[in-house]
Design a protein around this ligand. Structure first.
Ligand code: SMO
Length: 702
C-alpha cells in the first residue's frame, strides 16, 4: 500500500524519509507523458532513415508516398529552408563547427539518420507511406574518425617522477558503448495556436529546448511554450534537442496542424544519443612505500555524426576529474574526441565520472599488486585527507577527508570479513574476488532559479528545473516547509513548464539538489525576512542562485564476485557502498538514486554493449542488448554519511550518478582479483561469461 498523502511528522522535514508524493499519481496512471497528449486533428510523424553510415543521396522520389491514404505532407531537406544549428557546450575547445542536419541533404552520415519525413492522419498511415519513398543512395566508404577536440593538463614534473619511481604500472580501460534506454522513449506533441506553439516534450532541459527551438527555427522564444511535466526517465539522453523533434515543431508551425511523434524502441537504438564508449590508458609511478608519484593518462572519446549540446562533457569530465580522490604531485593528462559516422553520443548518467573512476581504481589495484600492499592500504596511503579546497590539474575543487571516509566504510562493511570469505572460497578451489571502487562525483556548475509564493499559510514553489522520476516535488516541499515554518502538505511544487516556471538549466549533472534546491532555500529565506518585517498579503520571491563552486560528492563501492571456472559465468554475490551526498534531503530518495545508479553501473560492468560492424548497428533491440533485470542484482548494503558541501547554500552534493560511477570500478577490480591467481591481468567490460571464459582459457594456455 502507498500512503495517499505524506505522513505528517514534525519539523525539521529535511532529512526525513517521507514517502514520495508523486507515487499515487504515477501508480494510478494519472500522469501525462508527452505521448499521452491527444491533440484533435493531429498529424503523426514517421521518418525514412538512412541504411548506410556514409553515402550520396542521388535521388529521392516521394510521389508514391504523397499519394498514400491519409498523407498530408512528405518533407525533404529542400522543403525546410535555412535552419539554425545547435550550440555545443564548449567545455573543450572545438576545432570547428559541425553540421546539425534535420534531414539528410546530398549525403547521409550515419545509419538511422532521418532522410525524409511523412505526416499522416494516423501513425500506421505515416509508416506505410515511408515504405513508398524511393531513395537512391550510393554507399561510400565511411571516412576515418575526425579529431574535433583535445585538451591537456599538467602539474609537477611527471617525467622526473617516473624516472625515480620504484614501480610503474599501466592499465587500459575500454568502456562499452551503451544505449541509455529510459522506459519512456523520446516523444513530442506540438499544438500551433495563435501564432505560437505549445510543445509537450520528453526532455530534461525544457528552457534550453525552448531557446534552441527558437534559434533553429528563427522564432521568438515568446512564441514557444515547452512543457515537460512528466518524463519517464532520461539519464542524459534527453538533455539536447533532436532533429526529429525540431522537424515536428517545424511541421506544426508550417502546416498549421498539431503534430505528434513517439520514437519506437528501434529508433532509440538507432538515433538517440549513445553513452560511454570511451577508452583510456594510464600509467602510475609509485615509490617504494606505495605512494603515488605521478599519473599519466590519455582518454579517447567517440562522437557521433552530429553533436548534441553535451557532446564534449564525457571527454572533458573523464580527464579533468583525474586523479580523482588521490593526491598525486605530478600529472600529465590528455583527452581527445573524434567524430565518426554513427548515431550521436552524449552524456549518460555519470558522463565521464565512471571513466575517471575506472581508470584510477584499476591503477590503484595494479599498484597494490606491484607493491604487495592490500588494495585498501594503498588507497589509505594516497587518498586526500583534509576537508576544504584542493587543486586538481584542471582547477580548484571542493575536497573532503577521503581517508576517514574509506576507513569508516571498511569498518561499517567489515572488510576483513569479506577478505576472509574470499580466502576461504579460494582455499576451496573457487575463483573468488573482491574489489574496491572509490569515486568522486562533481555536481555541476552555475545557476538555477526558483520562484516561491507565500499566501494564506500555503506556499507554491515554481522550479526552473524538471523531474524525470527523481521525486523532486517531495524533496523541494521538505526544504520549503522547513524554511517557511510550514508542513510539506502546505507546499505545492511546480516544474517543467517554460510558461509558468522561472528559467533553469535543467536536470543534469546531479545539479538539481545542490544548486536548484539552494535557489528554493534562498527564495524562502527572502520571504521569511519580508514576512518578519511585517509584509502582509501574498509574498513572492524570485531567486536566481549561482553556486560559488561545484559540489563534490564521494564514496566507495565494494564488490564480491565468484566466477565459474568451466563456463566463465560471473556471480556477483554481494555489494556494499558508502555515499556522501552532503546534506541529505530525503534518505528514501537518496537510496533510490543509489540503487538505480547501481543497477545501471552493473549493466555497464556486466552485460550492456552496443556493437557496430561497418557502421551498421548489430545490437538494435533488447533481443541483442542485455539490460540488467531484478534477478541480476546482488544484495546491496547502502551506508550514508553527510559531510556538508561548502559550495552551495544547502550544503548538498549530488548522488544521482554515484552508483554508475563507483560500482563498475569495484566490479571490474573484483573480477580481476578473482582471476589474478591464474595470472589474468586485463579484463574489459562488459564482464560476460564469454569474455571471462576466454580470459580463463587464455591464461591456462599461457
Ligand atoms: S548524464 Mo546527466 O543527465 O548529466
Amino acid at each position: 500500500t502507498v500512503a495517499e498523502t505524506p505522513v505528517t511528522r514534525s519539523a525539521p522535514y529535511t532529512g526525513q524519509a517521507l514517502p514520495r508524493r508523486e507515487d499515487p499519481r504515477l501508480l494510478r496512471g494519472e500522469v501525462r507523458y508527452a505521448g499521452d497528449i491527444h491533440l484533435p486533428g493531429a498529424l503523426h510523424l514517421a521518418f525514412l532513415r538512412s541504411p548506410y553510415a556514409s553515402g550520396q543521396l542521388v535521388a529521392c522520389d516521394t510521389s508514391a508516398a504523397r499519394a498514400m491514404p491519409g498523407v498530408a505532407a512528405v518533407l525533404g531537406v529542400a522543403d525546410l529552408g535555412a535552419l539554425g544549428g545547435l550550440q555545443v557546450n564548449p567545455v573543450l575547445p572545438l576545432d570547428h563547427a559541425t553540421p546539425y542536419p534535420i534531414l539528410a541533404g546530398d549525403t547521409v552520415s550515419a545509419v538511422g539518420q532521418p532522410i525524409a519525413a511523412v505526416l499522416a492522419e494516423t501513425p500506421d498511415q505515416a509508416l506505410d507511406a515511408v515504405e513508398e519513398i524511393s531513395a537512391e543512395i550510393e554507399e561510400t566508404p565511411a571516412p576515418p574518425p575526425e579529431l574535433l577536440a583535445m585538451q591537456h593538463w599538467q602539474s609537477g614534473d611527471a617525467a622526473v617522477e617516473f624516472a625515480r619511481a620504484a614501480h610503474v604500472v599501466a592499465v587500459r580501460v575500454a568502456h562499452p558503448r551503451l544505449a541509455p534506454s529510459p522506459m519512456e522513449p523520446r516523444a513530442i506533441a506540438v499544438l500551433p495556436e495563435g501564432g505560437g506553439l505549445t510543445v509537450w516534450l520528453s526532455t530534461q532541459t525544457p528552457h534550453r529546448a525552448r531557446a534552441d527551438l527558437a534559434r533553429i527555427l528563427s522564432l521568438d522564444p515568446a512564441q514557444l511554450r515547452v512543457i515537460a511535466r512528466d518524463v519517464g526517465g532520461a539519464f542524459g539522453m534527453k538533455a539536447s534537442l533532436y532533429p526529429e523533434e525540431v522537424l515536428a515543431v517545424w511541421a506544426a508551425h508550417h502546416l498549421g496542424r498539431p503534430v505528434r511523434w513517439t520514437a519506437s524502441r528501434s529508433e532509440e537504438f538507432l538515433s538517440a544519443t549513445h553513452g560511454r564508449g570511451l577508452s583510456s590508458e594510464g600509467q602510475l609511478a609509485i615509490d617504494a612505500e606505495g605512494r603515488f608519484l605521478a599519473l599519466k593518462a590519455r582518454v579517447e572519446a567517440p562522437l557521433g555524426h552530429w553533436l548534441p549540446n553535451s557532446a564534449l562533457i564525457p571527454a572533458w569530465n573523464a580527464a579533468r576529474i583525474l586523479p580523482g580522490p588521490y593526491d598525486i604531485p605530478a600529472t600529465d593528462l590528455g583527452t581527445s574526441a573524434r567524430r565518426a559516422h554513427t548515431a550521436p553520443t552524449g552524456i549518460y548518467r555519470g558522463a565521464g565520472r565512471p571513466e575517471a573512476c575506472a581508470l584510477m581504481e584499476r591503477l590503484a589495484d595494479a599498484a597494490a599488486r606491484a607493491t604487495g600492499l592490500d588494495p585498501a592500504e594503498i588507497r589509505r596511503r594516497n587518498l586526500h585527507r583534509a576537508n576544504g579546497p584542493r587543486d586538481l590539474p584542471a582547477g580548484r575543487v571542493e575536497g573532503a577527508d577521503y581517508v576517514t571516509a574509506l576507513n569508516h566504510f571498511l569498518t561499517l562493511a567489515d572488510y576483513p570479513a569479506w577478505r576472509a570469505r574470499r580466502d576461504a572460497l579460494r582455499a576451496g578451489g573457487a575463483l573468488a574476488g573482491i574489489g574496491l571502487g572509490f569515486y568522486v562525483e562533481p555536481s555541476g556548475k552555475g545557476w538555477e532559479s526558483a520562484r516561491v509564493t507565500l499566501e494564506a499559510g500555503r506556499a507554491t514553489v515554481e522550479f526552473g528545473g524538471s523531474s524525470q522520476g527523481h521525486g523532486r516535488e517531495t524533496a523541494l516541499a521538505q526544504i520549503a516547509a522547513d524554511a517557511l515554518d510550514l508542513t510539506p502538505a502546505d507546499i505545492t511544487v511546480q516544474h517543467g513548464d517554460t510558461a509558468t516556471c522561472p528559467p533553469g538549466i535543467g536536470a543534469l549533472a546531479s545539479r538539481s539538489t545542490p544548486i536548484g534546491a539552494s535557489a528554493v532555500l534562498e527564495a524562502c529565506g527572502e520571504i521569511t525576512r519580508r514576512r518578519d518585517a511585517g509584509e502582509t498579503g501574498p509574498i513572492t520571491a524570485d531567486t536566481i542562485y549561482t553556486a560559488p563552486g561545484e559540489a563534490w560528492g564521494h564514496g566507495c563501492y565494494l564488490a564480491a564476485i565468484e566466477i565459474d571456472r568451466d563456463t566463465g559465468a560471473p556471480h556477483l554475490t554481494r555489494m556494499a557502498c558508502l555515499d556522501d551526498a552532503g546534506q541529505l534531503i530525503n534518505p528514501l530518495l537518496a537510496e533510490g538514486q543509489v540503487m538505480g545508479g547501481f543497477a545501471q553501473g552493473l549493466g555497464e560492468a556486466m552485460m550492456e554493449a552496443l556493437h557496430f560492424d561497418d557502421g551498421q548497428l548489430l545490437t538494435g533491440s533488447f533481443m541483442d542488448y542485455a539490460m540488467p533485470r531484478a534477478a541480476d542484482l546482488p544484495p546491496l548494503t547502502i551506508h550514508k554519511t553527510e559531510t556538508l558541501a561548502t559550495t552551495n547554500a544547502l550544503g548538498a552534493k549530488g548522488i544521482g550518478e554515484a552508483g554508475t560511477i563507483g560500482a563498475p570500478a569495484a566490479i571490474l577490480n573484483a573480477a580481476l582479483d578473482a582471476l589474478a591467481p591464474l595470472g589474468v591481468s586485463e579484463l574489459q567490460m562488459p564482464l560476460t561469461s564469454l569474455s571471462l571464459w576466454q580470459a580463463i582459457t587464455d591464461a591456462s594456455k599461457g
